[in-house]
Design a protein around this ligand. Structure first.
Ligand code: AMP
Ligand code: AMP
Length: 331
């Protein structure tokens, strides 16, 4: 068995972790990035050109570790039909990609979510408007009243309530972004807190560098294009909240979709009332784990050797091989 992933996103970490656990590794993707995975950072034993070279992966007896990048490039329908073994539960994809199902899942888990407005004329506080499928927050806009909403939505071609099916209007929650990364071991039935990050986003993190007086004249719109990730260590009294939120998400997933296992992330903000408000779940490894190739403060507290999320995945696969339980973690 070999460990494979699409060459982008968190592949360096995944393949490094697999090698640390004694697996041979396969990266596949665009030719241009081959030197990144084979020469500058020699983590891939094999590099295959292509978005999803199924026959070659089957020949190499590869197991694919999904990332945001892999799912985005291949598309959910193709991922569902893959013949190469996939680490994780594919049932989760449908729940995660539909904003209404995702909300149902997180609500059942008892998480605090931003209020959603079905009718823009009810907007009574700042809101963030999210067109469906807007990658990386491009196309999002903020509004503070119904009039403000219709003015800004008009520029995107949304002129009446019939055009609203492709956007979600969420309460804008004022707080600092916090993204805890979890790992749920299906083999040992235990949840681990791996690390925490915040994103470094352009231009959201750039606007504060411009004096307020000048911002007014520039008429900037906020965008959330991810450029990198910054590690966070949480105030210790918040850790139990974050862990319990993760436990409930896993428990709810068992009832709704037959389980969530491997890495996942809750994406939200912490308010000044110390409340964690979650706006999204990512049911696989997130790139916010990349600062922790050599482990995080949290993985160091649990293990006496450096454990990244990539390595934790490989540890699980190695245990599954040794105990002859691969069928339980692959779909
Ligand atoms: P990429 O492989 O960089 O093209 O990214 C594929 C998907 O993962 C896109 O939806 C990106 O927005 C998301 N993504 C990539 N890198 C990061 C990151 N460092 N943090 C959060 N999301 C990311
Ligand atoms: P998303 O595409 O859902 O990951 O959101 C992109 C960015 O928008 C996040 O990193 C947050 O900074 C911000 N954001 C999203 N939803 C909200 C919300 N309801 N309240 C405040 N900020 C939000």
């Amino acid at each position: 068995m070999r460990v494979a992933t699409y060459a982008s996103h968190s592949a360096l970490q995944i393949l490094k972790g697999a090698k640390q656990e004694g697996f041979e590794t396969v990266a596949f993707g665009k030719t241009r990035v081959k030197p990144l995975y084979t020469r500058y950072f020699p983590v891939a034993d094999y590099f295959i050109e292509g978005t999803y070279p199924e026959e070659e992966l089957l020949e190499l007896e590869a197991v694919v570790i999904p990332t945001g990048s892999f799912v985005a490039h291949l598309g959910i329908q193709l991922v569902e039909r893959m013949r190469v073994p996939y680490y994780g539960n594919k049932e989760v994809l449908r729940w995660e990609s539909d904003r209404n199902l995702e909300r149902k899942w997180l609500e059942k888990a008892g998480l605090r979510l931003p209020r959603v407005y079905d009718d823009p004329d009810e907007i009574d506080r700042p809101v963030i408007v999210k067109p469906f499928g807007a990658g990386g927050g491009r196309g999002y806009f903020l509004a503070k009243s119904p009039a403000d909403f219709w003015k800004k939505a008009g520029k995107l071609g949304i002129r009446n309530k019939e055009d609203l099916s492709n956007v979600q209007i969420q309460e804008y929650v004022v707080g600092v972004p916090v993204y805890p990364h979890y790992f749920y071991s299906k083999l040992s039935r235990e949840l681990e807190l791996m690390s925490v990050d915040r994103r470094y986003e352009s231009n959201a993190d750039a606007i504060g560098r411009i004096p307020a007086g000048e911002q007014l004249g520039l008429e900037l719109n906020t965008n959330y294009t991810v450029i990198g990730n910054i590690p966070i260590v949480l105030r210790e009294s918040l850790l139990m909240d974050v862990i319990e939120a993760g436990e409930r998400v896993v428990e709810t997933a068992e009832n709704l979709m037959g389980g969530l296992w491997g890495p996942f992330c809750l994406e939200g903000v912490y308010t000044e009332e110390l409340e964690f408000v979650v706006f999204e779940i990512s049911a696989r490894i997130v790139a916010g784990t990349n600062p922790f190739v050599h482990g995080s403060p949290y993985s160091w507290l649990r293990y006496d050797f450096p454990v990244s999320t990539g390595r934790r995945i490989a540890m699980e696969l190695r245990q599954a091989v040794e105990e002859d339980r691969l069928g339980e973690v692959l779909t």
